[in-house]
Design a protein around this ligand. Structure first.
Ligand code: UDP
Length: 324
């Protein structure tokens, strides 16, 4: 079985990708220091417990498992934290990626699928966002993603590295079999917080602003089911193995949902209204971020199949009940 090194394989999106890889006939080798991930989420292949900042450990894992490619999910994700602790984001996202790429290049591993983010775009100036949109990252977190995208282009030119940066919009939902799900500590994302509020496991949800210039005044986001994301990663990897892909691809559902719409769906699916209060806007929140996903559809032959709000919330709720 061909192995694939999955950094952050014990994390939310990484663990779903490991399951999808295994289904597609690969052995996913999770490389994770468990600073944010969970050992229990590693179920489809071995776990190498180490930090990407430890170049010797990275090289040893590559030598031992001889991966045909790397999926690189590991990194820190809290935008707010990056504003007051940028160094942590630049070390764990940028420096760690440089160490990983160097180790890959030295070992002759020449394909990478990288977790980027819609945060690279900053504020959208169009209804939906194309990959060609101007990049205007608003936080050190977002700038760290832009920097790694650039690094991949440099490795591609200098060493023939085949790489694609997948720019996620809002990942949500959980594995339909209940094998894995979202487990951030602390949790800051809308879908799990709304579900916990409805189930009485968390305080009333704070809606960050209802005076935006959107149809109902709350922010619009493009929620994509994590299982659809995982499938796109496997397709990207298979395409990269036989040729090149565009350097960046948007991954979203291609439609916007407001905070109020998410709250309404959670209320319906939980059978209880979500208690909420309207709070001030959260600094750095763009009013709308909705993907144009035609490039991903065309180049990967992929389409989101599980990303209705209904399916996202149903699977996320089941996971909250299991994990909570
Ligand atoms: N949001 C909210 N209350 C919360 C968490 C999020 O109103 O407790 C809003 C947030 O302002 C944004 C949307 O929900 O418009 C999605 O936020 P999330 O943090 O889930 O993802 P992001 O868009 O920041 O990546």
């Amino acid at each position: 079985m061909d192995s694939v090194l999955v950094t952050g394989g014990a994390g939310y999106i990484g663990s779903h990708a490991c399951k999808a890889l295994r289904r597609a006939g690969y052995l996913p080798v999770a490389f994770d220091d468990l600073s944010g991930g969970h050992a229990g989420a590693v179920q489809w292949g071995p776990l190498v417990r180490a930090s990407l900042l430890d170049g010797d450990a990275v090289s040893a894992a590559i030598a031992e498992h001889a991966p045909v490619a790397v999926m690189h999910f590991a990194g820190v994700i809290a935008v707010g934290e990056s504003m007051h602790d940028p160094g942590r984001h630049y070390v764990r996202n940028v420096a760690a990626s440089a160490i990983l790429l160097r180790a890959m290049q030295q070992a002759g591993v020449d394909a990478m699928v990288f977790s980027s983010s819609a945060a690279v775009y900053g504020e959208a100036v169009t209804e939906t966002i194309l990959e060609s949109a101007r990049l205007a990252p608003l936080s050190p977190y977002a700038r760290s993603k832009v920097m790694v995208e650039r690094m991949l282009e440099d490795f591609s030119v200098a060493h023939g590295m085949r790489a694609v940066s997948l720019r996620y919009f809002n990942a949500a939902g959980a594995d339909a079999d209940g094998d894995t799900g979202e487990g951030h500590e602390p949790e800051t994302h809308l879908v799990p917080l709304a579900i916990r509020a409805a189930l009485g496991r968390a305080p009333a949800l704070a809606v960050f602003g209802d005076d935006y210039g959107t149809p109902d005044g709350t922010c619009l986001r493009d929620y994509i089911h994590v299982t659809d994301l995982a499938e796109a990663h496997v397709r990207a990897l298979e395409r990269l193995r036989v040729g090149a892909l565009p350097p960046c691809l948007n991954l979203g559902a291609g439609r916007g949902a407001s905070v109020r719409e998410v709250i309404a769906t959670v209320g319906l699916i939980c059978g209880r209204e979500v208690p909420f209060t309207v709070a001030p806007r959260r600094p750095g929140d763009a009013p709308r971020l909705v993907a144009d996903i035609s490039l991903a559809r065309d180049t990967l032959g992929w389409t989101p199949r599980h990303s209705s709000l209904d399916e996202i919330v149903r699977t996320a709720r089941a996971w909250e009940e299991k994990a909570g």
